[in-house]
Design a protein around this ligand. Structure first.
Ligand SMILES: Nc1nc2c(c(=O)[nH]1)N[C@H]1C(S)=C(S)[C@@H](COP(=O)(O)O)O[C@H]1N2
Ligand SMILES: [Mo]
Length: 211
């Protein structure tokens, strides 16, 4: 099942499925090219949704940083919490507007861990072994959060609870669920889908679906 799904998605990447060949500017077009609005929130993952109990939860922040950190769930929840509203854009072409989130601002975390001057890239690791990479400047944005609440409720297991990444300006595959580790690196390393034909950057308005 899992291998079939991965194979199908790799085939879409090779064929350039859903590509419209147009780009737009988020300042003028809220909906990126080729996207369709949905009201529900679809679940997409590799099929093995880990059961991350509060006891099992741990978040490590390490690599090229001045202060390596490791949080229990209580320690994570004790960090300053921020509420935000943002849109989701999935590469499989659904978008969902006005999601209300609560969590820790990535910029607040960056102030605590202090990336070293030569840190340029970030790899997110999930409890299921999933990885996704972004340039450090994509993490250092005011709308990026480590979220644990959606619409006033704890984030469900299916959507990556207790804690997932949220990077609204990139396709949603960059937002790792069941967040386990944030690793800062000097050079770039492709994540799970990036190794399988997805674009390295993943900007929806540039239609960076496949690389
Ligand atoms: N840990 C982990 N994070 C993941 C995935 C995954 O398989 N494992 N799938 C990604 C993909 S391809 C998408 S589209 C979104 C889907 O998030 P959702 O199920 O909450 O809609 O999660 C992303 N984050
Ligand atoms: Mo996806």
């Amino acid at each position: 099942m899992r291998d079939k799904l991965i194979e199908a998605k790799q085939k879409w990447a090779r064929e350039g499925r859903l590509l419209t060949g147009t780009t737009s500017d988020p300042a003028f077009d809220r909906l990126p090219p080729g996207q369709t609005l949905v009201r529900d929130w679809p679940v997409l993952d590799l099929g093995a949704e880990p059961n991350v109990t509060p006891q099992k939860f741990r978040l490590d922040v390490d690599g090229a940083v001045e202060n390596r950190l490791s949080f229990s769930l209580d320690e994570f929840m004790a960090l300053p919490q921020t509420e935000s509203m943002s849109d989701i854009h999935c590469v499989t072409n659904w978008s969902r507007y006005d999601n209300h989130w609560k969590g820790v601002a990535a910029q607040a975390l960056l102030r605590i861990v202090q990336p070293k001057p030569d840190a340029r890239h970030v790899m997110f690791h999930g409890f299921d072994g999933y990885t996704a990479n972004v340039p450090l400047e994509q993490l250092d944005q005011p709308d990026v959060f480590l979220v644990h609440e959606w619409e006033g409720k704890p984030l469900s297991r299916a959507h990556g609870g207790p804690v997932r990444m949220l990077i609204p300006r990139l396709y949603f595959w960059k937002s790792a669920k069941w967040l386990r580790r944030i690793q800062f690196t000097i050079s770039d390393h492709p994540g799970f889908w990036e190794q399988r034909g997805y674009h390295n950057n993943g900007d929806p308005w540039q239609e960076e679906r496949y690389g």
